[in-house]
Design a protein around this ligand. Structure first.
Ligand code: ADP
Ligand code: MG
Length: 233
């Protein structure tokens, strides 16, 4: 419950950050537009080189300065939205997954989604930060639910491999086009009204910080499978 609250707060913070980026990006952008326009005029007049050449240079310097500022501001906010370094401990994935599914049961039931747990009984423990792993799994489960507005089936599986543990989260939802699949890990990329577009980019960052991977298989109308791999403890 406390974790759900923490997550809601985190999402709210991320929403505020996005709004702030939009706001901070607006002024430098209009300055860039204005300078580029003036630069065009200056270049038109640059048939008399001496003076006008210098003016064009100054305008270009102003453009570069604003572009640098924009880059700084966006990177600063993106760093804030980035998760902290994980504290890696041996975790039983079936327990963490079970917890996430129990926690999501209400919203899944209301959405008419049946849950199938396909946990290999000998799935070995992983090295993970429990809070961050929960966050990733909650993101995936929530995305799946949102992809199945008329209900469907969510299949969650675990199995041990030589050095890693594989978790799959599979839904029978609307799937996605190739164009969406190419962009889904980009920060702020969302096809949803009011979506933050941060769930998957943050999830991928978390997996990478764990030395793991997050991959997606999907096509339009065929449902979606996310495959998560984490190092064994
Ligand atoms: P958000 O959920 O806020 O849109 P995410 O980063 O979680 O942001 O997801 C990005 C996009 O990837 C979604 O807007 C959606 O288009 C697509 N997507 C993610 N998961 C699924 C899924 N299970 N089925 C279909 N599309 C998905
Ligand atoms: Mg999401």
């Amino acid at each position: 419950q406390a974790e759900a609250l923490a997550r809601a707060e985190q999402l709210a913070a991320v929403g505020r950050i996005s709004a702030q980026i939009a706001h901070e990006v607006r002024n430098p952008l209009s300055s860039i537009g204005l300078n580029v326009e003036m630069l065009g005029d200056a270049l038109d007049r640059a048939t008399f080189p001496e003076q006008d050449g210098r003016e064009a240079k100054e305008l270009l310097t102003a453009v570069t300065r604003e572009v640098d500022r924009l880059t700084d501001v966006t990177e600063q906010y993106l760093r804030m939205a980035r998760p902290p370094k994980p504290t890696l401990v041996a975790e039983d994935v079936m327990e963490v997954l079970g917890g996430v599914l129990d926690f999501s049961r209400g919203e899944l039931e209301r959405a008419g989604v049946d849950v199938v747990r396909d946990f290999a009984p000998d799935t070995p423990p992983v090295l993970a930060d429990e809070g961050q792993l929960r966050q990733v799994l909650l993101n995936l489960v929530r995305n799946s639910r949102e992809a199945m507005p008329d209900g469907g089936r969510l299949t969650v599986s675990t199995r041990g491999m030589e050095k890693e543990v594989e978790i799959t989260v599979q839904d029978t939802g609307r799937g996605m086009t190739e164009a969406v699949r190419e962009r889904l890990f980009e920060p702020f990329f969302s096809t949803k009204e009011g979506g933050t577009g941060l769930g998957l980019s943050v999830s991928q960052q978390i997996l990478q910080a764990h030395g793991g991977t997050l991959a997606c298989q999907s096509s339009s109308g065929q449902g979606t499978t996310f495959v998560l791999r984490l190092p064994r403890a």
